[in-house]
Design a protein around this ligand. Structure first.
Ligand code: PEP
Ligand code: MG
Length: 594
């Protein structure tokens, strides 16, 4: 058998280039560049047929595009599972949407042109609309789907063959300007090692698919298609969640080093992945509830792939960021769908947390001078009762299918919690009157995100079933530092003793009242913070789905008594730097490389 020779060893000497990018799916791999070029979709706009013929061409192209997508959906459902096939269902829905097609036909009527031009103009119109919407991952994903569909229709109109990545040379690292979900779905899984693109978002469908295929992937790497040539040796180092590095024609030293890093990484990941279904329990037998943070059912599926058995934070905002507000039925389907997937596992769903900086176009809320101190979270829901009641009814109906717990964000007084509880009771009464099946009394919890909630944790946990600390906001409010302002990011110190003391106070008050206290902010996914949080009495951690295996491994290596000692010392220190320096030294054994 021929020995596998790393690509960089077989290339003639070329200058090494290192390009930075964003990590879409973590890992490290080496291979050869396969430059992917989408088919040329240019055409002569003046060469048009009669209006009737253009309309017919459009209808034909819609039909063939739909058939292609149906094929992709089936292939993917078969190879990866129904959930992934569903990604293409979303695109098929665009083609089935009569209004969308009608918009293109109207365009043709208004100003007769080639069907291709009409498709492009309607896409541009939507692109304009999206640019006015909030720049969220969800919106970016919807626009990417629309772009993918429009390109497919255009290609069919031009009668061009589909160019896919379904037959790649061995050890390929695909280099492209942009990839669409359909490109990713059809990739030759036997020969692809990873991919890198100039454009693309971190939470796009492409990234979700890459993660599900365990393919290392970098996006947002400008210039990569110009710098890498066909067959060039490439190493994709995306081990770091913060940044990706793309090595083109690595020199012998870099190649050798990365080759051994790749081996070590793979061995470590395989070892960690095997732990994904183990209990999250410390060496001395303290069970920590380990859950996932999700923003959609797709996220849940991905998190389950990493071993998630429960959800500690379902951010429901994404449902509300579309053009129209979702009705009870739509919300009910999403929440019930997630509950069913968890098959009895805990599902903490946070009620709508918008307002202030998180703008919802459909609500047309007035701009505020101090949005973070404004009408957000529970305050907004208490003001717009109908909106809140609709969500509560959907949640109570879905609660029939699993262990749904409802959590209220941005609470700063017991009065707000009581009012929210009253409205949940009213939602239950309304459902009862309508004769609709529901669960009237799911556990109601509070998100601890404000200093007031910390000081009132005792009173709050006498009445609430649980608390979960949103340390992203808690840090912002305790330290009075805007979490989104890069200018002052050095003031945003999550390891500040002030923040850690707040976590300790909250956990202690909850424990006294026999309720659990969790952490669902980013701090809960940070390996250096986890021993401190456990030591402070945190009983539940809700982390990024992909961080579950490593968090289980870490928890299992800890001793809760030692965590308590470490936490006591950490909160007694005066500055964040002191805390971090102390943790680095004292956790060196548990977390190598800290
Ligand atoms: C938090 O504030 O820590 C949190 C989990 O909520 P979000 O990041 O959605 O505000
Ligand atoms: Mg928050």
């Amino acid at each position: 058998m021929k020995r596998w020779v790393p690509a960089y060893r077989t290339r003639k000497l070329k200058i090494m280039k290192i390009l930075p990018g964003l990590t879409a799916s973590p890992g490290i791999c080496s291979g050869r560049a396969y430059i992917f070029k989408a088919p040329d979709l240019s055409y002569d706009p003046s060469k048009m047929e009669s209006l009737e013929e253009e309309k017919q061409r459009l209808t034909g192209a819609f039909g063939s595009a739909f058939a292609e997508l149906d094929r992709i959906k089936d292939t993917l459902s078969g190879s990866l599972g129904e959930e992934y096939g569903h990604i293409f269902r979303a695109q098929m829905t665009i083609l089935e949407d009569d209004d969308f097609k009608q918009e293109i036909l109207d365009k043709l009527e208004e100003n007769p042109c080639r069907a291709e031009t009409a498709v492009e103009e309607i896409y541009k119109m939507y692109e304009g609309l999206f640019s006015e919407m909030e720049d969220t991952a969800y919106n970016a994903q919807r626009l990417a789907d629309l772009n993918d569909v429009c390109k497919r229709v255009l290609r069919n109109l031009l009668g061009k063959e589909e160019v896919t990545l379904s037959a790649l040379p061995p050890e390929s690292i695909v280099v492209a300007e942009e990839l669409f979900p359909s490109d990713t779905a059809m990739m030759d899984r036997k020969h692809i090692r990873g991919f890198v693109t100039e454009r693309g978002g971190l939470t796009s469908h492409v990234a979700i698919l890459a993660k599900s295929l365990s393919l290392p992937a970098a996006v947002g790497t400008p210039g990569v298609t110009g710098q890498a040539g066909k067959g060039d040796a490439v190493i994709l180092d995306v081990r770091d969640f913060e940044k990706a590095l793309v090595y083109i024609n690595p020199d012998a030293a870099a190649g050798k080093k990365l080759e051994s890093d790749e081996k070590n990484y793979r061995e470590r990941q395989e070892k960690l992945f095997k732990m994904k279904d183990l209990e999250s329990v410390t060496r001395d037998g303290i069970k920590i509830i380990l859950s996932a943070n999700i923003g959609s059912v797709e996220d849940l599926v991905a998190a389950q792939g990493f071993g998630a058995k429960s959800v500690g934070l379902f951010r429901t905002e994404f449902l509300f960021l579309k053009g129209e507000l979702p009705d009870e039925e739509e919300q009910y389907r999403v929440y019930a769908g997630a509950a069913k997937k968890l098959a009895g596992g805990m599902l903490v769903i946070r009620t709508l947390d918008i307002g202030g900086d998180k703008e919802v176009k459909a609500m047309n809320l007035p701009k505020e001078e101090n949005p973070f101190l404004g009408l957000r979270g529970i305050r907004l829901c208490l003001k717009y009762e109908d909106l809140f009641l609709t969500q509560l009814r959907a949640l109570l109906r879905a609660a029939v299918y699993g262990d749904i717990r409802i959590m209220f964000p941005m609470v700063s007084s017991v009065v707000e919690f009581r009012r929210a509880r009253e409205l949940a009771a009213r939602a239950a009464a309304e459902l009862k009157e309508r004769g609709v099946e529901h669960r009237a009394d799911p556990p109601l919890g509070v998100m601890v995100e404000t200093p007031a909630a910390v000081f009132l944790a005792d009173e709050l946990t006498r009445e609430a079933a649980f608390v979960s600390m949103g340390t992203n906001d808690l840090t912002q409010y305790i330290l009075s530092v805007d979490r989104g302002n890069e200018e002052i990011s050095s003031y945003y110190r999550t390891f500040s003793p002030a923040v850690l003391r707040a976590v300790g106070m909250t956990a202690e008050a909850a424990g006294k009242n026999g309720k659990w206290a969790g952490v669902c902010g980013e701090l809960g996914s940070n390996p250096m913070a986890i021993p401190v949080l456990i030591g402070l009495g945190v009983e539940e951690l809700s982390v990024t789905g992909s961080a579950i295996p490593q968090t289980i491994a870490l928890i299992r290596s800890l001793d809760s008594r030692r965590c308590r000692e470490i936490a006591e010392k950490a909160v007694s220190l005066a500055t964040e730097d002191e805390v971090k320096a102390y943790l680095k030294v004292s956790l060196a054994e548990e977390i190598p490389g800290t």
